[in-house]
Design a protein around this ligand. Structure first.
Ligand code: ADE
Length: 355
């Protein structure tokens, strides 16, 4: 069973493992529902991240043989690569329930205590954005992870009493876009740490075809490849672009997502052949036009672009670095020759000397 702790609404959504999820297009009632329908529910359906999958399968098989819970796990990498999906698959493979929450929603000590006390033996607790956990919550988590106990204090000063309450043995799966922002003691308590990689075009094409099939959209191979190429190496984006291309196919074409339809739809969304969107191009353009290509500090860039630092660091930069359009140097970020060429700017000799 999957129980999500929705940050804002605080409602709980249960998804039964033994019931086949309704995968028909009619079942799409919202983006959230849509996301759930297309999420793979087992390792065979989960495309990409091959070596992580193999390692996880071994660990799961071993813990089942030992009849013991799975060790705590940390997934890190850019957003949209499938960290939550993997956590849900692990829980299903372990025949466990998963409780999904995110660190920013854990504000007070009683939030994390409440979550831990509700867990049952072998449950999976998934904490997204775990690097944003506050210090107090983190300290409550240490004995919970290590000794499966809560160390609580009641009363104040002289009359203060501490007590240790046992909790069921559980598996914590943490997810973060920034492994480096995790404190050492927290990081050390994870038995397995995996970095999710960006996806290649072949993997993304398979994901696009799978998603289109689930949603009853017709797509040809070249249409799938076109969407894959423009998806920032990220399944979440690929899935979104499938929907947008399907809209275009219905309104402007004969319902089939072909290469031409996908190209027109994505051009209209200002997503170029490399997957760069208008924000990526603004970011590179500002660096080129206002800062001579860099180096420029992240704070300055955030102000110039009107985006917050975290969004630039977590969402935009990893892909631009992966594509070789931005380089990080000790003095700040620089635009590479490749980016100048891609955007049609002249890469002058003065800029060459900067590299
Ligand atoms: N949807 C999102 N991520 C996926 C993946 N890795 N495999 C299949 N479908 C997905």
């Amino acid at each position: 069973m999957i129980i999500e702790d929705n940050n804002k609404k605080n409602d709980k959504i249960a998804l039964k493992k033994d019931k086949n999820p309704d995968l028909s297009a009619n079942s799409i009632v919202s983006d959230e529902g849509y996301e759930k329908n297309i999420r793979p529910l087992n390792f065979d359906d989960y495309i990409g991240q091959k070596s992580i999958k193999e390692t996880l399968k071994i660990s799961i098989a071993a813990s089942k043989k030992r009849n013991s819970r799975l060790d705590h796990l940390l997934f890190y990498g850019p957003p949209g690569l499938g960290k939550t999906t993997l956590a849900a698959i692990i829980a299903l493979e372990m025949n466990s329930s998963i409780k999904i929450t995110s660190a920013p929603s854990i504000e007070r000590p009683r939030d994390i205590i409440g979550i831990l006390m509700q867990l049952k033996e072998n449950d999976v607790l998934f904490i997204d954005e775990i690097h944003r956990l506050n210090k107090i919550a983190e300290e409550i988590l240490y004995p919970a992870m290590e000794d499966f106990a809560l160390d609580l204090t009641t009363g104040k000063s002289q009359s203060a009493k501490s007590m240790r309450i046992p909790i069921p043995k559980f598996t914590l799966i943490g997810a973060t876009t920034k492994a480096g922002a995790l404190s050492g003691p927290l990081r050390d308590r994870f038995g397995m740490i995996h970095r999710l990689e960006f996806y290649n075009v072949e993997e993304l094409s398979q994901i696009v075809i799978r998603t289109a099939k689930i949603l009853n959209f017709e797509i040809d191979l070249n249409g799938a490849i076109e969407i894959a190429k423009r998806s920032r190496c990220t399944p979440r984006i690929a899935n979104r672009l499938v929907k947008r291309s399907a809209d275009w196919a219905i309104v402007k074409g004969n319902g089939v997502i072909t290469k031409e339809i996908a190209t027109e739809a994505l051009n209209a969304l200002e997503i170029d052949e490399c997957g760069l969107d208008s924000v990526d191009r603004s970011l590179l353009g500002i660096m080129i036009n206002s800062f001579d290509g860099g180096p420029v500090g992240i704070e300055t860039l955030a102000v110039a672009l009107g985006e917050d630092i975290r969004t630039i660091e977590d969402v935009y930069e990893p892909f631009l670095i992966q594509k070789g359009f931005i380089a990080r140097t000790p003095r700040g970020r620089k635009v590479t020759k490749l980016a100048y060429e891609h955007l049609g700017y002249n890469f002058s000799s003065s800029q060459i000397s900067l590299f």
